[in-house]
Design a binder for this molecule. Structure first.
Ligand code: DOR
Ligand code: ZN
Length: 342
């Protein structure tokens, strides 16, 4: 039997939700990962140090007993975030970054930023105290084609932002295009997270045999040429690219409806999915650095010291997992997968 033993990985982009949803999904992440950067797009969002502390306490209380896990918290940037809150965040050991959502871009982003330039005083403070900025890198203008929203964000907002704040550390989250790969490669102090769905699927899967809402996430899946560019970046050994699942649970009823929510659920089997993607280009030897080294190095945190093992075994991803009243459909539900974490 073929085994793959790796330093325990971390998830550098994760949605945990709150309350009963948090309790349902957290054990999956804790089983695979030692730490996770927890997204702040709750309802209402996590906008202050005090709210981040209270949310962290709720996460800690939901961890299955005896299993070590460290939630790394983020603040949700709004038009009204103050430079003082940034200084306070930087002084709080468990807060690691600030998340930018363009208003209206995705789930619970209504209180996001309406115009990125309104935040320049906050970016100045973040650059000064060296607190990383995490970007949902999409424009929201209705006249921009949904498949071009990342590329236009880079041209219109990110390149100018980087010129205004050259020392600001930035993570372009869940990249989906060759344009993003190229920008991240060339820009100083900029890294990117990559999800399993963007490594494994092009946009064709969204319409394979009918409309497939459980593959719908934002930024949306792109053409095959973009998937290949991202897969090349993830498996290149370049430390600018690291693991961030963007696992984003939504109950079945809010996915299978006339206006379904964006988000793929991958916390159950994240490492298995990444292993399959890396194996597809014969790059399993690059998985450990992508999953376990590049992230902590960027965030200036120690690498984990324990290990996980994946075994080459075929198993069937469940059709549905228990979640609130309506169940949760994991990414690639009902299909076989050839790696299993033991
Ligand atoms: O697909 C997504 N789901 N993209 C996001 O940016 C947000 C996330 C969520 O919170 O459901
Ligand atoms: Zn996300």
């Amino acid at each position: 039997m073929e085994n793959l033993t790796l330093t325990r990985p971390d998830d550098w982009h994760l949605h945990l939700r709150d309350g009963a949803a948090l309790k349902a999904v957290l054990p999956h992440t804790v089983r695979q990962f030692a730490r996770a950067i927890v997204m702040p797009n709750l309802k209402p969002p996590v906008r202050s140090v005090a709210e981040a502390e209270a949310y962290r306490d709720r996460i800690l209380a939901a961890i299955p007993p005896g299993q070590p896990f460290e939630p790394l918290m983020t603040l949700y940037l709004t038009d009204n975030t103050s430079p003082e809150e940034i200084v306070a965040a930087q002084a709080t050991p468990f807060i690691k970054a600030v998340k930018y959502y363009p208003a209206g871009a995705t789930t619970n982003s209504d209180l996001g930023v309406t115009d990125i330039r309104r935040c320049d005083r906050v970016f100045e403070a973040m650059q000064e105290v060296d607190l990383p900025l995490l970007l949902h890198g999409e424009v929201t203008d209705g006249d921009i084609d949904v498949f071009d929203r990342e590329k236009v964000f880079i041209e219109k907002h990110l390149i100018p932002l980087k010129e205004r704040f050259p020392k600001l550390r930035i993570v372009l989250e869940h990249i989906t295009t060759s344009d993003a790969v190229e920008f991240v490669r060339s820009a100083d102090r900029v890294a990117a997270t990559i999800t399993p769905q963007h490594l494994l699927f092009s946009r064709n899967i969204l319409f394979k045999g009918g409309i497939r809402p459980h593959f719908y996430c934002l930024p949306i899946l792109k053409r095959e040429e973009h998937r290949l560019a991202i897969l090349q970046a993830a498996t290149s050994g370049n430390p600018k690219f690291f693991l961030g699942t963007d696992s984003a649970p939504h109950g079945r009823d809010s996915k299978e409806t006339s206006c379904g929510c964006a988000g793929c659920y991958s916390a159950l089997h994240a490492m298995e999915l990444y292993a399959e993607a890396f194996e597809s280009v014969d790059a399993l030897d690059k998985l450990e650095a992508f999953a376990s080294f590049h992230g902590p190095d960027f965030y200036q945190l120690p690498r984990n010291t324990d290990q996980i093992t994946l075994t080459k075994t075929t198993w069937r991803i469940p059709d549905e997992l228990p979640f609130l009243d309506s169940g949760l459909v994991p990414l690639r539900s009902g299909e076989e997968i050839t790696w299993q974490m033991v």
